[in-house]
Unconditional design. Structure first.
Length: 404
């Protein structure tokens, strides 16, 4: 075959190939001398689409002897009128496929690394972005009624965080003003009611000394009980007003806890008899403490009245006073309906009452235990409570011992 007898396209195609004529096809060798891995037979020609009549074919992909190839099939004629020849040029895709596989693997690994780095970077950036808000939330959590005057620091630079801090500070300002007005009203109301209640109690006590019909005397007994309850409520409100105002100091002095508690028990003995409840002092040991006599008396009275309130008729209230590791301990136990686990923490907050007390509909303001805790803590002591099985509650009060 002479180059000058072939079309231009065929000449360009054949410049890089060596050819051998086999039947009706010419199978080329690559320029490096490697032969195409198939033989000239009808099966191969049919597979690559190169059987007679001779015609051009688009570039196709075929697996020949297990190797993927890209095949270019062209029909070449000569000027001498000889039979047209089919020229098949093949290029192995093995290396291309291997390269593509390596590229895909590299891209997949790079994509996973990129996603991981993006996630870590996003987490770090988001953490940096919300860090000021997190610090602000922690500062807000530390602000309570006892330190309501504290405010969040506001940076000079503008931004959403600074705006949020200013808004929270404004909210605290309004809250402090509202609580201040409520505390002032509470103190004024308690002071205003204290004197009339004392006068009313004195008049009822004076009237009971006179001779009168039985029905009138019973009415006076009920009036005395109600005025005593109202008087205690007024005292509790006044105590809470002093607590909120910060005037929570009591003069501490060496006293004997058992002596003060014995006087309180004797004073409330009449109330216990009226309700047919026994007060049993199981252990009253000499217990020196450093506290305030008024505080100890008021705390013991609050706990005893609370026990008598919820102990059923015929029940028993048990009291003990003992020294305990350099401190004085007062224990008051009753036969009441007991406490649920959810009541223990909230029991010493103002206006809080136990679940059983609410179900019973027992009278009470829910202020006594809050006042008792405040008074005990002012003396450096602590008060706790635990349920008693199968029913009842046990209160523990500890006061610091005397300094030797």
């Amino acid at each position: 075959i002479h180059d000058e007898g072939l079309p231009t396209t065929a000449v360009k195609l054949l410049q890089h190939l060596q050819f051998v004529e086999v039947d009706v096809a010419i199978f080329g060798r690559s320029a490096d001398g490697s032969a195409l891995p198939f033989t000239a037979n009808d099966t191969v020609l049919a597979q690559v689409g190169a059987r007679q009549p001779c015609r051009d074919h688009p570039i196709t992909r075929q697996r020949l002897s297990g190797v993927p190839y890209r095949l270019l099939i062209r029909c070449v004629t000569t000027d001498s009128g000889a039979a047209p020849l089919t020229v098949i040029v093949g290029a192995s895709e093995r290396e291309l496929i291997a390269t593509r596989t390596r590229l895909r693997t590299t891209l997949a690994i790079g994509l996973l690394i990129g996603i991981a780095l993006t996630a870590l970077g996003g987490h770090w950036l988001s953490g940096q972005a919300v860090a000021p808000v997190r610090r602000m939330a922690e500062q807000v959590r530390r602000i309570g009624s006892e330190n309501l005057g504290e405010r969040l620091p506001v940076r000079a630079t503008a931004g959403e965080v600074a705006t949020l801090a200013r808004m929270i500070n404004d909210l605290f300002d309004r809250l402090a003003a509202t609580l201040g007005r409520e505390r002032q009203f509470l103190a004024n109301a308690a002071h205003a009611l204290r004197t009339p209640m004392a006068i009313l109690q004195g008049e009822v006590a004076e009237a009971q000394r006179e001779e009168m019909p039985g029905g009138t005397r019973d009415a006076l007994v009920d009036i005395e009980a109600m005025t005593s309850h109202l008087g205690r409520t007024v005292e509790y409100l006044l105590s809470l007003a002093h607590r909120d105002a910060g005037t929570d100091s009591f003069a501490l002095e060496p006293i004997f806890l058992d002596d003060v508690v014995s006087g309180t028990v004797a004073r409330l003995g009449r109330l216990a008899e009226r309700r047919r409840i026994r007060i049993v002092c199981t252990d009253l040991q000499e217990t020196p403490v450093r506290a305030n006599t008024h505080v100890v008396d008021q705390v013991a009275q609050i706990l005893l009245e609370n026990a008598l309130q919820y102990t059923p008729e015929g029940g028993t209230v048990t009291i003990s006073v003992v020294p305990d590791d350099g401190r004085g301990r007062l224990v008051v136990e009753d036969d009441g309906p007991g406490l649920e686990s959810g009541d223990l923490e909230a029991l010493f907050t103002p206006f809080a009452r136990g679940s059983a007390a609410r179900r019973m509909g027992a009278p009470g303001s829910g202020l006594g235990l809050a006042v008792a805790r405040w008074m005990v803590e002012c003396c450096g002591g602590m008060i706790t409570v635990e349920p008693v099985q199968p029913r009842g509650a046990r209160f523990f009060v500890e006061f610091p011992g005397q300094v030797r």
